[in-house]
Design a protein around this ligand. Structure first.
Ligand SMILES: Nc1ncnc2c1ncn2[C@@H]1O[C@H](COP(=O)(O)OP(=O)(O)OP(=O)(O)O)[C@@H](O)[C@H]1O
Ligand SMILES: [Mg+2]
Length: 335
């Protein structure tokens, strides 16, 4: 999909001084990848997205985009690009001229703009609403290569969920910047860590990335060795896969299966259970909303699109519920 070969990037600073952001960076992005860019503020994540979008020139090296690749760039401050005087329903109609008012309203409903909200001018929208609207615009006609710079900024939990579902169902390639752990965790198939002029590519998902950052199997082996020596049960827990994932990923599949949980792991699991409960109730709301939308038949085409959206939400709901059940069971067994 895209390839960097020995890319360097520097911004021209005052008095001819240069600010070097990247030196000698090489990587490949494959079709269907969903890559999370992580790194501290100022590391160069936005710069990397801009290089991929072609909106910043390289200083050295080579950047190749697959011949069918069509990039769509969502900037960190994307909402600034919207026309402040347009009403959202009209604005959306402009970019989707084939759609009826009802279709547009249903779509807006799925992005949590209801009833009279759709007549609001972009100008009066809150930061969160504006971000959510800008994303809906983008996702309405997505290209096959999405470049999203902090798309979850200013989104509330519910809107984040809508975005997450849309992106999980999206079959194209995505490179996104996010500081939201849950979002990265659910979405990323690979993690690129940006910093110190480099881009370090981690092969697995976010869990693998954290695992490797924490010292991976070496750390686990040490812990197990130490606790076995003291005659205690080592950390890690039931045979349940969801509960165990964080501690048995990567090279650590040989971790012993025992019932007791260490308190940290237990707390993490309890937090996650609560988070899941919140997520589940939100998606249940969205599913109900989409079901109501489907009852207003407008066209076969629209119904099909709506039922696809509904299916995606239902699939997400099923997967979250499964995770919740697994975790609850593991917690119960360890009591
Ligand atoms: N147009 C520019 N001119 C000069 N320096 C710039 C320019 N854009 C970014 N920089 C500098 O390049 C570095 C990387 O910035 P970038 O915006 O890519 O970071 P980031 O990882 O996206 O940070 P954040 O998490 O805060 O969004 C920073 O030191 C920044 O000050
Ligand atoms: Mg940035």
């Amino acid at each position: 999909m895209a390839e960097f070969n020995s890319v360097a990037k520097a911004y021209a600073g005052k008095n001819g001084a240069e600010k070097e952001v990247f030196r000698d960076v090489s990587f490949m992005i494959e079709r269907g990848d969903r890559i999370a860019l992580v790194g501290v503020n100022g590391a160069g994540k936005s710069t990397l997205i801009k290089l991929l979008a072609g909106s910043e020139p390289l200083t050295h090296g080579e950047f190749r985009l697959g011949h069918n690749a069509q990039a769509d760039y969502f900037a960190q401050d994307q909402y600034k690009e919207l026309n402040p005087d347009a009403r959202i329903l009209d604005d959306l109609g402009e970019i989707s001229p084939g759609s009826s008012q009802t279709e547009l309203r249903n779509l807006l409903g799925c992005f949590l703009f209801q009833e009279d909200d759709v007549f609001k001018k972009i100008d009066v929208l809150s930061g969160g609403e504006r971000g959510r609207y800008a994303l809906l615009r983008l996702l309405l006609h997505p290209a096959n290569f999405l470049l999203l710079d902090e798309p979850t900024n200013h989104l509330d939990l519910r809107a984040k969920d809508v975005l997450l579902n849309a992106l999980m169902a999206y079959t194209g390639t995505v490179v996104f910047v996010s500081h939201d752990r849950y979002f990265i965790d659910r979405l990323a198939t690979r993690v690129f860590e940006v910093g110190d002029g480099k881009v370090e590519v981690f092969p697995g998902n976010y869990e693998d990335y954290l695992w490797r950052k924490q010292g991976g199997s070496a750390r686990l082996a040490e812990t197990i060795a130490a606790s076995t020596k003291r005659g205690e049960s080592p950390i890690a827990a039931s045979s349940n896969s969801a509960a165990n994932a964080q501690l048995t990923d990567g090279d650590a599949t040989a971790a012993p299966k025992i019932k007791r949980l260490n308190p940290i792991k237990r707390k993490q699991m309890q937090d996650r259970v609560r988070e899941l409960e919140e997520e589940i109730s939100l998606i249940e709301g969205t599913v109900a909303q989409c079901e109501t939308g489907l009852q207003n038949f407008v066209s076969a085409d629209q119904s099909q699109r709506q039922s696809q959206t509904l299916d995606r939400h239902k699939a997400a709901l099923a997967s979250l519920t499964r995770e919740w059940e697994d975790l609850s069971q593991a917690l119960q067994e360890s009591d």
